[in-house]
Design a protein around this ligand. Structure first.
Ligand code: 26V
Length: 818
C-alpha cells in the first residue's frame, strides 16, 4: 500500500470548473466560449488564490499574535519561476484543475503555458531565495521575502545570425498578472538626498526627494504545512503630481520628470552577475527596498503603536541579508532607531546587531560590493555619517582585541584617501550576529582568505549553511515520472517533505528491475525534452544519445570554454578519423547561459558556442555522433524541462571559485551523473553519493594556489597537448568563423597568455575522465544504477534542510504553533 500525504482539497472537479467559469464571467467578463487559454490561466490562478486566502490570513495573524520570531529574507532578487502549478500542488487542486480545464474545452498544458515567468533574478542567488521562501512556508516558519518588483526582469536573450547574444527587454508585466496584489494602503515613504543639520543637539536629515514604495504581495504557499507566507515586492511610485504648469509650457518631459525619476527605481533588474556597474541607481534600489521593508516590519509587528518598544524588535523578526545588496539596511535601522524613535547609540547598535545576519555568495573579490562614500553621501547623507560612526566604534573595538596595526587598517569599513570607499561585506560582518558561506568549502575559504581578519577576531560569528533546492519544484513539478517512481519505490510520498527519505531507494539500486524502470523514466524525459526542443527551438535531438548539459550563467570562472575546447577536440578526433564509428559514443551537448551584457569575453564565448554548434551540426562526417544545442533565454522553465532529461551534468569551475552551485544539486536529485571539480557544493555531493558515483577531475584549491604562486604559463599546456593545440588552432584558423581569423582571436590570446582560471591546465584531466564516462554509459544498467544512487543520497540537498540549519545556527526560531 502506498501512503499518500500530498495535500488534497475536498472540492470536486465540477466545483472547481464552476469557480473558473465564475472568474471568467465576473472578473474578466468573458464567456467560456470567448475565453483563450490565457483567460483561463488568469481565471484558474485567481480561483486557486482564493483557496489559499484563509491560510494566508491566518498565517499573518498567527505571526503577529504569536511569540514565534519571523524571518525577513531581504533579497534584491527572487527568481520565482511560474506560479500556477506550484500553487495548485500546495492547494491540493492539481487533479481538479487538470480535469476542470479539459471539461471546459481546453488543453491544460496550453493553460499552464500561458503563464509568463517572472524572471526577477540573475541566477543562483535569486533562485536560492525562491527555494528558501518555499521551504520556510513548507516548514511552517513565519517569514517575509522582501525585494523589488522590477518592471523589467533579466533580459530576454536571443541570438543573431552571427551567434551573438542580443538582449531584449523583458516586460513580464505586459500581460495580466494574477498573483501579485498591489496594496496601496500599506505603502511606505522612502527619502533621498538633501542634507543633515544640527538641531537642538541632534542630527536631522532634510531629504531632497522622496518616493512612495508600494508593496505588491505574493502568496508563498507551503507544501502540506497549512501555512502561506508572503513575498512582498516593492514598486516605486511618485508622490509628485504631474506638473501642469510645466506641461502647459509644452515642456512635457520636465512635467513628468518627477514621476519618471521615482518610477525608474524599480524599473529594471541589473543584469550583472559579479561585476557591479551603474552604481547610482543600484544604490537607490537597494536603499529603496530595504528602508521600506524595515518600516513595514515595524508596522506589522507593532500595529497602531506610536512609541513601540523596539528593544524587542530582534525577538519579532530576524533579517537575513542575501549577499551585500541589502546591507545598507544596517545603517538604516540605526537611523530609524536613533532619529525616528530616539534611542541612544548603544541601544540602537545592540538592537541592530541582534537583528541582522549576512550570507556571502561569492569568492570573487570583484563581486564584493564597495560604494564610494561620496555617492552614499549624496543619496543618503545621514547614513554616511552613521557609517563613519560605525567605522569608528568598530576600529576602537578591534583595537581592544589586537595590537596588529596592519590588521586594524585592513579591516576598516570605510577606506581612507581621496576617494573613500565603503566595503559593504565588512559592514555586514560588523553589524550582524552571524556570517555564513553557502557550502562547506566556501565557508572555509571565507574564513581562511576573503574575511580572514574578521574570522580571526570574530570567529564565533562565522558558520556554514550549505545551499539546497526545493524538491517540490525541482522534482515533483519538474519530473512527475520520477516522482511517481520514487513514491512507488518508497511506498510513500512523504519524501516531498522529508527528502532524506530518498535514502530508502538505495537498496533498490541493486534491484535490476527497478533500475530499468528508473532508466525508462529518464528515457521518457529525454523524449519529452526532444519534443519540447523541437516545438520551442526547432532542434532535432536524438533521445537515444547521451544528453550532456551545462546550464549556468556564462562566466570565465565557470569555464564553459573548457567544455567547448573538449568538444572541439572530440569533433576533430572524429574528423581526423582517429576514432572509428564504433568508438564514438553519441552525445548531445546542451548549453544554457546568459552573459552580462557588458562582459566581452563571456559574450564572445557565447558566440563561439553557437558557431561550433552550427559547424558540428551541419557536418555530415559527425552526423549522429555529436550534436550541440544552445537554446536561447535559459530560465527556470527551461531548467525544469532540461534537468530531468539530462544524463551528464557539468560542474567544471576552477576549484575555489564557485561558492556553491545549486544546479549541481538539482541534477543529482534528478538522476544525472556529475562531471566536476572539487569546488563549491560538488565536494559535499561527491561525499554523499560516493566517489565511485561522481566523475572527479581537475586541480584542487591547493594545487591551483600552488600553480598561481609558481607562475602559471598556459602556453606550455598548449604546446604539450596536441589535441588541445589542434582545438585552439581550429578556432584561430577560422573553422568556426567562416574562415575569419579575427573573430575569436581575443579568446585565443587570453587562453595562451593569461588563462586566469586555468582552463588549459585542467584540459588533460578533463578529457581523460571522458573515457570513464563513456565506458560507463556503454553499460546502461550500471550507469543508471549509479544515477539512482545519486538520487538516493542527495536528500541532504533539500532547501528544507538548509532552512533547518539556518533556524538552528542563525535564526533561533521555528514553526508557528498550530
Ligand atoms: C552581484 C551583483 C552586483 C550588483 C548588481 C547585481 C548583482 C547580482 C549578483 C551579484 C553576485 C552574485 C553572486 C551569486 O550569484 N552567487 C551565487 O550564489 C549561488 C547561491 O548561493 C551559488 O550557488 C553560486 O555558486 C554563486 O555564484
Amino acid at each position: 500500500m502506498t501512503e499518500i500525504t500530498a495535500p488534497k482539497s475536498p472540492i470536486t472537479t465540477a466545483e472547481f470548473a464552476d469557480e473558473i467559469r465564475e472568474q471568467l464571467k465576473y472578473t474578466q467578463g468573458v464567456t467560456v466560449e470567448q475565453a483563450t487559454p490565457a483567460d483561463v490561466y488568469v481565471a484558474a490562478s485567481t480561483a486557486v488564490r482564493r483557496h489559499l486566502m484563509d491560510s494566508w490570513m491566518k498565517t499573518q495573524q498567527d505571526m503577529v499574535n504569536g511569540n514565534t520570531k519571523a524571518v525577513g529574507y531581504l533579497s534584491a532578487e527572487f527568481l520565482m519561476g511560474k506560479q500556477l502549478r506550484n500553487a495548485l500542488l500546495n492547494a491540493g487542486l492539481t487533479e481538479q484543475f487538470d480535469e476542470a480545464v479539459e471539461q471546459l474545452g481546453f488543453d491544460y498544458q496550453d493553460v499552464v503555458d500561458a503563464e509568463y515567468e517572472p524572471a526577477l533574478g540573475n541566477g543562483g542567488l535569486g533562485r536560492l531565495a525562491a527555494c528558501f521562501i518555499d521551504s520556510l512556508a513548507s516548514l511552517g516558519v513565519p517569514a517575509f521575502g522582501y525585494g523589488i518588483q522590477y518592471q523589467y526582469g533579466i533580459f530576454k536573450q536571443s541570438f543573431n545570425e552571427q551567434g551573438q547574444q542580443i538582449e531584449n527587454p523583458e516586460y513580464w508585466l505586459a500581460n495580466e498578472e494574477p498573483w501579485g496584489h498591489v496594496d496601496y494602503n500599506r505603502s511606505q515613504r522612502v527619502d533621498f538626498g538633501g542634507y543633515v543639520a544640527d538641531e537642538d543637539g541632534k542630527r536631522v536629515w532634510h531629504p531632497a526627494t522622496c518616493v512612495r514604495a508600494v508593496p505588491v504581495d505574493y502568496m508563498v504557499p507551503g507544501y502540506a504545512s497549512g501555512r502561506v507566507n508572503t513575498l512582498r515586492l516593492w514598486t516605486a511610485k511618485s508622490y509628485d503630481e504631474f506638473d501642469l504648469l510645466t506641461f502647459n509650457r509644452s515642456d512635457y518631459l520636465n512635467a513628468v520628470r518627477p514621476q519618471v525619476d521615482a518610477e525608474n527605481i524599480s524599473k529594471i533588474l541589473y543584469p550583472e552577475d559579479s561585476t557591479p556597474q551603474g552604481k547610482r541607481l543600484r544604490l537607490q534600489q537597494q536603499y529603496f527596498f530595504v528602508s521600506a521593508s524595515i518600516h513595514d516590519a515595524i508596522r506589522v509587528f507593532y500595529p497602531g503603536q506610536d512609541k513601540p518598544d523596539l528593544t524587542t524588535f530582534p525577538d519579532k523578526i530576524t533579517f537575513q541579508l542575501n549577499d551585500t545588496h541589502p546591507v545598507i539596511g544596517i545603517p538604516e535601522l540605526m537611523r530609524v532607531l536613533i532619529d525616528e524613535y530616539g534611542y541612544d547609540w548603544d541601544t540602537a547598535w545592540d538592537i541592530t546587531t541582534r537583528t541582522f545576519n549576512y550570507t556571502c555568495h561569492t569568492l570573487l573579490p570583484e563581486a564584493l560590493e564597495v560604494w564610494p562614500a561620496n555617492l552614499i553621501g549624496e543619496l543618503l547623507p545621514r547614513h554616511l555619517e552613521i557609517i563613519y560612526q560605525i567605522n569608528d566604534h568598530f576600529l576602537n573595538e578591534i583595537a581592544g582585541k589586537t595590537r596588529d596595526k596592519a590588521k586594524i587598517e585592513r579591516m576598516r569599513i570605510v577606506t581612507e584617501g581621496d576617494d573613500p570607499q565603503v566595503r559593504m561585506a565588512y559592514l555586514a560582518v560588523a553589524g550582524g550576529s552571524h556570517v555564513n558561506g553557502v557550502a562547506e568549502l566556501h565557508s572555509q575559504l571565507l574564513k581562511d582568505i576573503t574575511l580572514k581578519d574578521f574570522s580571526d577576531l570574530y570567529g564565533e560569528k562565522f558558520t556554514n549553511v550549505t545551499n539546497g533546492v526545493t524538491p517540490r519544484r525541482f522534482i515533483k513539478l519538474a519530473n512527475p515520472r520520477l516522482s511517481d517512481l520514487i513514491t512507488e519505490g518508497l511506498g510513500t510520498d512523504k519524501w516531498l517533505s522529508d527528502l532524506e527519505l530518498l535514502k530508502g531507494l538505495e537498496p533498490l539500486a541493486q534491484d535490476d528491475e527497478f533500475v530499468k524502470k528508473f532508466a525508462e523514466v529518464k528515457h521518457a524525459n529525454k523524449v519529452s525534452f526532444a519534443n519540447y526542443a523541437k516545438r520551442q527551438y526547432g532542434f532535432d535531438m536524438n533521445p537515444d544519445t547521451m544528453f550532456n548539459s551545462m546550464i549556468k550563467r556564462l562566466h570565465e570562472y565557470k569555464r564553459q570554454s573548457l567544455k567547448i575546447l573538449a568538444l572541439i577536440a572530440r569533433y576533430a578526433d572524429i574528423k581526423n578519423g582517429n576514432m572509428s564509428a564504433d568508438d564514438v559514443m553519441p552525445r548531445t551537448v546542451i548549453f544554457g547561459a546568459k552573459s552580462a551584457p557588458g562582459y566581452y569575453m563571456a559574450k564572445l564565448t557565447i558566440q563561439l558556442i553557437n558557431n561550433v554548434a552550427r559547424v558540428v551540426n551541419n557536418d555530415p562526417d559527425v552526423k549522429g555522433k555529436l550534436n550541440v544545442f544552445f537554446p536561447w533565454n535559459y530560465n527556470v522553465r527551461l531548467a525544469q524541462h532540461l534537468i530531468p532529461a539530462t544524463d551528464l551534468d557539468e560542474q567544471i569551475s576552477q576549484a575555489g571559485k564557485e561558492a556553491s552551485g545549486t544546479g549541481n544539486m538539482k541534477f543529482a536529485l534528478n538522476g544525472a551523473l556529475t562531471v566536476g571539480t572539487l569546488d563549491g557544493a560538488n565536494v559535499e555531493i561527491r561525499e554523499r553519493v560516493g566517489a565511485e558515483n561522481f566523475f572527479l577531475f581537475g586541480m584542487t584549491v591547493d594545487e591551483v594556489e600552488e600553480l598561481y604562486a609558481k607562475g602559471y604559463g598556459p602556453a606550455a599546456y598548449y604546446e604539450a597537448n596536441p589535441r588541445l593545440k589542434q582545438a585552439i588552432d581550429m578556432i584561430s584558423n577560422g573553422t568556426f568563423s567562416n574562415g575569419d581569423r579575427n573573430t575569436f582571436a581575443p579568446l585565443v590570446a587570453d587562453w595562451l597568455t593569461k588563462d586566469y582560471f586555468m582552463t588549459l591546465a585542467d584540459f588533460d584531466s578533463y578529457t581523460a575522465i571522458q573515457s570513464d564516462i563513456e565506458a560507463l554509459y556503454r553499460t546502461p544498467l550500471e550507469w543508471h544504477r549509479k544515477a539512482l544512487i545519486n538520487v538516493a543520497n542527495s536528500g541532504y540537498f533539500s532547501s528544507d534542510r538548509s532552512i533547518e540549519d539556518y533556524l538552528e545556527r542563525i535564526w533561533h526560531t521555528g514553526p508557528l504553533a498550530d
